[in-house]
Ligand binder design. Structure first.
Ligand code: HEM
Length: 163
C-alpha cells in the first residue's frame, strides 16, 4: 500500500488536486453535505422504529420517503471520498482508521438495504409481533451506532494519519 500510495501521489490527477487550492475544500464541503443527507435519512427511520419520532406516520411511508435517497448520495460520497484519497493517498490508505470506517460502512449498507427490503416486501414486517418489534429496535440501535461510528472514524482519520 506504501508503494501504491507513492505512485498515486505522483500521478497527474493527484498533482492537480494537491496544487489547486479550491479542490480539496470543495470536495470536503460536498462530502460533509452528503454525510448530513445520508445520516439524517438513516437516523430518521431508526428513530421512527424506536417510536421516538413521527409516531403518527406509518414506518413504511417514512422508509419509502427517506431510505431511497441514501443510495445516490452514497455514490457522491464514494466519488468525493475517492478524489480526496487521490489528492492525499497516505492520509487514508496507510491509516487503520480509514479501514475501520470502510468496514463500518459495509455494515451500515447491509443494515439499511435489509431494512429497506423487509419493509418494502412486507410493510408490517417489524410490527407483526413482540419478537419482531424487539429485533427491529435492535437493528435500529446497531444502525445508529454504526452510522455514528462512521462519522467519528471519518473525522478521526485526520488525527491518526501515518507520519
Ligand atoms: C463511500 C465511501 C467513502 C469514502 C471513500 C470516504 C473517504 C473519506 C476521506 C478520504 C475523507 C478525508 C479524511 C481526511 O483526510 O481527514 C473523509 C472524511 C470524512 N468522511 Fe468520508 N468517505 C466515504 C463515505 C463516508 C460516509 C458514508 C460518511 C458518513 C455518513 C462519511 C463521513 C466522513 C466525515 C464525517 C469526514 C470528516 C470530514 C471533515 O472533517 O472535513 N464518509 N471521507
Amino acid at each position: 500500500m506504501n508503494e501504491f500510495s507513492r505512485w498515486l501521489a505522483a500521478t497527474e490527477v493527484s498533482h492537480v488536486i494537491q496544487t489547486t487550492t479550491w479542490i480539496i475544500p470543495t470536495l470536503q464541503t460536498i462530502h460533509i453535505l452528503s454525510v448530513a443527507a445520508v445520516f439524517s435519512a438513516a437516523i430518521l427511520v431508526d428513530l421512527r422504529i424506536w417510536r421516538l419520532l413521527d409516531r403518527d406516520a406509518p414506518l413504511p411511508e417514512l422508509a419509502r420517503r427517506f431510505l431511497p435517497t441514501i443510495w445516490p448520495v452514497l455514490l457522491i460520497l464514494l466519488v468525493t471520498g475517492s478524489l480526496l484519497i487521490v489528492g492525499e493517498p497516505r492520509r487514508s490508505l496507510l491509516n487503520s482508521t480509514f479501514y475501520l470506517k470502510m468496514a463500518l460502512l459495509v455494515v451500515a449498507i447491509a443494515l439499511t438495504a435489509g431494512l429497506q427490503r423487509t419493509i418494502s416486501s412486507s410493510p408490517n414486517f417489524w410490527d407483526r409481533d413482540l419478537a419482531r418489534r424487539v429485533a427491529g429496535r435492535f437493528a435500529a440501535t446497531v444502525s445508529i451506532l454504526v452510522w455514528c461510528g462512521i462519522l467519528f472514524a471519518g473525522r478521526w482519520i485526520a488525527y491518526t494519519q501515518a507520519g
